[in-house]
Design a protein. Structure first.
Length: 297
């Protein structure tokens, strides 16, 4: 087939979209854009680009969708051990049981994955990066002098760094720590035999999203963050990613959503088997040997 060149006019909104999606420089008041289409030049795309957020909460979800995300402000302070979470600025910074009222550890996530499977959808599960998760479901958390440590538990990426106890699907809730690698292990244990984090899962896969919009935490999660700013770039070589990779070398993780200067959100995928030049440069600058970097897997 021959390439075809198409010239057309686009309005301001569409021009902005094209400029961000394709790197095209266009005027804000409309412009002529030339797009070259070559049907003979193709490459496979992931079947999981057709997704939605919280499919179980939406009526009439299209049947052709292949991916469901459990993410957003609600999940930044989700505690998998007791299913407590914090609404952030969406609703009075309150700790509650909206994600799951069941006392079974992880059931708030397990039920979502199970529902996704019924629809034939893969799942994105949020792992917490901010450092604290809800300890209770007792309502609004004060924001005057955050964080109120009596209302939160500490996030620890690797259990072995502070405890010799083995992983368990029923962790005690009386201690101060919530372990991310144990969370991942518990999901795999709940769906035992399905290889949910593997490159070739028996059923739909589960992907890990490393939290949500850190640049906005000083407002969306003031109850934890306080007024201090934080950038997604500070999590570029996240310990949470390393902990996930050590639990399953084939797990696919998604970096935190980044808010750019225009207020738009972007999320970048970390593939199962490769790492980018940015991580290589960061590793070299820090003088970290290749063999000691989780990005090498």
């Amino acid at each position: 087939m021959r390439s075809r060149r198409i010239t057309f006019h686009v309005c301001c909104a569409t021009a902005l979209f094209l400029s961000r999606a394709c790197g095209i420089s266009v005027a804000s008041d409309g412009a002529s854009v030339t797009v070259t289409v070559n049907p003979s030049s193709t490459r496979p795309i992931s079947p999981y680009i057709y997704g939605i957020n919280h499919a179980s909460k939406i009526e009439g979800v299209p049947k052709a969708l292949t991916l469901d995300r459990s993410g957003g402000n609600r999940w930044t302070a989700y505690n998998w051990e007791n299913n407590a979470s914090n609404a952030g600025s969406d609703y009075g910074y309150q700790n509650d049981d909206l994600v799951g009222s069941d006392s079974e550890a992880g059931s708030g996530v397990y039920s979502l994955i199970a529902e996704d499977r019924k629809r034939g959808m893969a799942s994105i599960v949020t792992f917490q990066l901010q450092g604290l998760v809800a300890a209770d479901t007792k309502g609004p958390v004060p924001t005057a002098n955050p964080p109120d440590r009596t209302r939160f538990k500490k996030v620890v990426n690797e259990k072995k760094s502070v405890s010799d106890a083995p992983f368990t699907a029923k962790p005690p809730t009386s201690d101060d720590n919530v372990y991310m690698d144990e969370f991942m292990w518990a999901i795999d244990h709940e769906f035992a035999g399905d290889n949910v984090f593997g490159a070739r899962p028996a059923k739909q896969p589960v992907f890990i999203a490393l939290d949500n919009e850190p640049e906005l935490w000083k407002s969306t999660h003031l109850e934890v963050q306080g007024p201090a700013s934080v950038s997604v770039d500070s999590f570029r070589t996240s310990n949470a990613h390393c902990a996930a990779k050590q639990s399953s070398a084939t797990v696919a993780t998604l970096r935190p959503t980044k808010i750019d200067d225009s207020g738009e959100s972007h999320r970048h995928c970390r593939s199962r088997s490769t790492r980018g030049s940015t991580e290589r440069k960061a590793q070299a600058a820090a003088k970290i040997p290749e063999s000691q970097s989780c990005w090498a897997t």
